[in-house]
Design a protein around this ligand. Structure first.
Ligand SMILES: Nc1ncnc2c1ncn2[C@@H]1O[C@H](COP(=O)(O)OP(=O)(O)OP(=O)(O)O)[C@@H](O)[C@H]1O
Ligand SMILES: [Mg+2]
Length: 355
């Protein structure tokens, strides 16, 4: 059934956002309101190893089953919508800004294809390509290109179909994160540090356009691992202590200081490297003006304060629900801990734009 028909009938179906990681799934459902949108349902689920490996779907049917379980478990009510925008991992995608001469649309399609091929290690016929002009200059156009290997995207798409879902779009995760944490009118150059369980993604954006993305190995699990080894406790206990005490007092005689300091130093240095790389190699005419922490790992208490002091610049905790309403019956802990849902919120915003 065409989407147009829904509009003709005056039916406004809601879509939802589905973030898919190697070891976790998250879903957010937004409802359009007169003021914009409101979070109405939310779900998160850990997945066992081996269903997705290194960003590639290994077992499509099992992923479909996990998605079914996730949607049924959504709070305060199950997500029954069939319309989904799902994520593709940045680590498996290619995001590039390229320059092409000004030309007709038909010529540009070919030019983007060849120019992208010259910039990525995969041939153009093996990727899905999407692009948009981000700046029109006198003779050239600056174009943002996103390329995803068909082999990768098809694995996710087929899993959606097995889960009896209707995919409206697939989106690279960092692009969705940027949408939920920054506004379209945002002219400040912003660095987003998404501290996940397995990986920390760094992106620099302006006007919601990503100009640079990279991944760091320091992540939430690295912190738990250090705590487990440092205190000689179980993984579960380390997770519990991490959530309870955060960075502790962060003074030199403090046990937590000695455990966490090398990791925080590593993270701070990588952030500094990204700032320098952006200023030197991407845009010498601008510099990063705002740093936002997101992802579950950023909930580590005092991390934002520590990084602000260490890199002598304000680091703030991202708020994916900024500008969104929150349904009154959403559980309090979901509202409090909405930070890890930044990507899922961005995908849900896209789903509502599609319908
Ligand atoms: N209150 C808290 N304090 C410290 N760490 C926390 C807290 N809550 C969650 N975390 C950590 O956040 C991490 C999970 O974050 P998130 O949900 O963003 O990861 P993910 O998206 O599943 O993983 P990835 O993006 O790496 O694939 C875990 O390492 C978890 O221990
Ligand atoms: Mg994540």
């Amino acid at each position: 059934m065409s989407l147009l028909l829904y509009n003709l009938l005056g039916i406004r179906p809601n879509g939802f956002g589905l973030e898919i990681e190697d070891s976790s799934l998250k879903a957010i459902m937004l409802k359009k309101t007169r003021k914009g949108a409101e979070v109405v349902s939310c779900a998160a689920r850990q997945m066992k190893k081996g269903i997705i490996q290194d960003g590639q779907v290994v077992n499509k049917q099992e992923l479909a089953n996990e998605i079914g379980g996730l949607l049924a478990s959504a709070k305060p009510r199950p997500i029954k919508s069939k319309f989904v925008v799902f994520s593709i991992p940045e680590s498996k995608s290619f995001i590039r800004t390229i320059q092409i001469p000004k030309m007709t649309r038909e010529e540009a399609v070919e030019a983007v294809k060849w120019e992208t091929e010259a910039n990525i290690p995969v041939s153009a016929d093996k990727v899905y390509l999407d692009w948009q002009v981000i700046e029109s200059k006198e003779k050239n156009e600056e174009v943002l290109v996103v390329a995803v290997p068909k082999e990768i995207a098809d694995g996710y798409y087929e899993s959606m179909r097995l889960a009896k879902l209707f995919p409206l779009a697939a989106e690279v995760d960092v692009i969705a994160t940027i949408r939920s944490l920054t506004s379209e009118q945002e002219v400040k150059t912003t660095l987003i540090v998404d501290v996940g369980a397995d990986v920390t993604s760094v992106s620099v954006c302006r006007n919601q356009i990503p100009y640079f993305t990279s991944s760091l190995p320091v992540s939430g699990k690295t912190f738990t691992d250090a705590l487990q080894k440092g205190l000689g406790v179980s993984w579960e206990k380390a997770e519990e202590l991490k959530a309870k005490y955060g960075l502790g007092k962060m003074q030199k005689d403090d046990m937590l200081y000695n455990i966490y300091n090398p990791l925080l130093e590593n993270l701070a240095r990588e952030i500094e490297k990204s700032l320098v790389f952006y200023a030197d190699s991407i845009d010498p005419n601008s510099q990063v003006e705002s740093i936002i922490l997101s992802g579950g790992g950023s909930l580590l208490r005092y991390m934002a304060d520590y990084l602000s002091k260490r890199i002598k610049g304000q680091v703030i905790l991202g708020s994916p629900a900024k500008g969104l309403g929150i349904s009154k019956d959403l559980p309090a802990e979901v509202v409090r801990d909405i930070c890890p849902f930044a990507t899922a919120v961005g995908l849900a915003m896209k789903a509502n734009d599609c319908l």
